[in-house]
Design a binder for this molecule. Structure first.
Ligand code: HEC
Ligand code: HEC
Length: 318
């Protein structure tokens, strides 16, 4: 009996030792690093790309990278990042050579936005957006805009603070979260005369699906339509006070979704946050002021083609 107890104690000791070693290993190793690749890539500036780039950056990047005091994309603390992830700072992405991305090449920016691997090889955890499905043309527009002297991105020497990821973030970044592969084939623009195809593209790449499906954890970022509860709502992004803001069901279910909404009502909600007979939509549903009625209308057309889901979501905090 005594012998068995002793063996048991040894075993527990060994398991404990491994746990401590594992913990130390991840604490010290931190966020994993990956090989960077030497790609030949250049985004040629032109006025159309600059204009389109502002629309895309204004819809996709500004929410996190805005520094409200400076009025530009010099970054700051992300108040809406879940506390369990640690202290997360969106970085300065203006053209500043030291603090911004003025010294990054077009290829390095593209590689980060596609895969999640930064210039120094370090992985950017899921609190930094990735764009695996954005068309090559839109990608070029984003980069041309970032390189411009628009007031949002003109060099601004505001030092950025490094993120302080928690143990959980480090552990998940080693075990679960992985960079996306660089797309193997060119990604063309969708046919914009086909509103369903155009709307599907927008619903993927404006990240509407990411917030409006069941859960960030069960989202499929490479194949958005395979995400659990696709557009059925109920996901739990946070507002700037750190409170959960449940996302509404955007499928065409008549009772719990937006089956009874007209296209115009949808456009008003998305572009100006106005919903008839209700309080205005609040953060993190920022009004998409830069999208055209046509683009938002296309998202509406597409949403009517996906399977309706019955899932009643009550608006948070009203
Ligand atoms: C959900 C919030 C969020 C969104 C949306 C977002 N970012 Fe980020 N971004 C971050 C955070 C946080 C970091 C820092 C990540 C890190 O250090 O690991 C970051 C880092 C970066 C970096 C690396 C900067 C550096 O100096 O290391 C670039 C470049 C960047 N983002 C560009 C963009 C662009 C372009 C967009 C829009 C297409 C975008 N980001 C959208 C949160 C976001
Ligand atoms: C960062 C998360 C997030 C993203 C991205 C997002 N939404 Fe939302 N959306 C929300 C939240 C949260 C609400 C509810 C806000 C409230 O209760 O005040 C909402 C509300 C809405 C509503 C109102 C629905 C209703 O039943 O009242 C519509 C329509 C909508 N979003 C469409 C979109 C579209 C289209 C996109 C992409 C262009 C999008 N959303 C992107 C989080 C998001």
């Amino acid at each position: 009996m005594k012998k068995i107890l002793r063996i048991l104690l040894y075993l527990i000791g060994i398991v404990f030792l491994f746990l401590v070693l594992g913990f130390l290993y991840i604490q010290i190793k931190g966020i994993p690093k990956y090989d960077t690749v030497n790609i030949d890539y250049h985004a040629e500036p032109n006025p159309e790309r600059l204009e389109r780039g502002k629309v895309l950056v204004g819809s996709l990047c500004i929410g996190c990278h805005i520094n409200r005091e400076a009025g530009n994309l010099s970054g700051g603390l992300m108040l809406d990042a879940p506390k369990e992830f640690g202290k997360i700072y969106a970085q300065n992405i203006t053209g500043d050579l030291n603090y911004g991305i003025g010294a990054w090449s077009d290829a390095e920016i593209m590689y980060l936005l596609r895969t999640g691997i930064k210039r120094n090889g370090s992985y950017a955890p899921p609190y930094m957006a990735k764009l695996p499905n954005l068309s090559d043309e839109d990608m070029a527009s984003v980069i041309v805009f970032l390189r411009s002297d628009d007031p949002w991105v003109a060099a601004s020497p505001i030092p950025d603070k490094p993120c302080e990821p928690s143990f959980l973030t480090k552990a998940l970044s080693n075990a679960v979260f992985k960079p996306f592969p660089l797309p193997k084939a060119p990604i063309p623009m969708p046919d914009t005369s086909n509103t369903i195809e155009w709307g599907r593209y927008m619903a993927f790449n404006m990240e509407c699906f990411s917030c409006h499906s069941a859960d960030f954890k069960s989202n499929d970022f490479l194949n958005p339509e395979l995400s659990a509860g696709y557009f059925g709502g109920g996901n739990k992004p946070l507002n700037l006070e750190g409170q959960v803001m449940l996302t509404p069901n955007l499928t065409s279910d008549n009772e719990t979704g937006i089956g009874k909404w007209t296209k115009q009502q949808f456009i008003n909600a998305v572009k100006s946050g106005k919903v008839e007979g209700q309080e205005a939509l609040r953060y993190p549903m920022n009004p998409y002021v830069r999208l055209s009625d046509k683009e938002v209308g296309a998202i509406y057309d597409y949403l009517r083609t996906i399977p309706p889901i019955s899932n009643k979501v009550v608006r948070s905090g009203l």
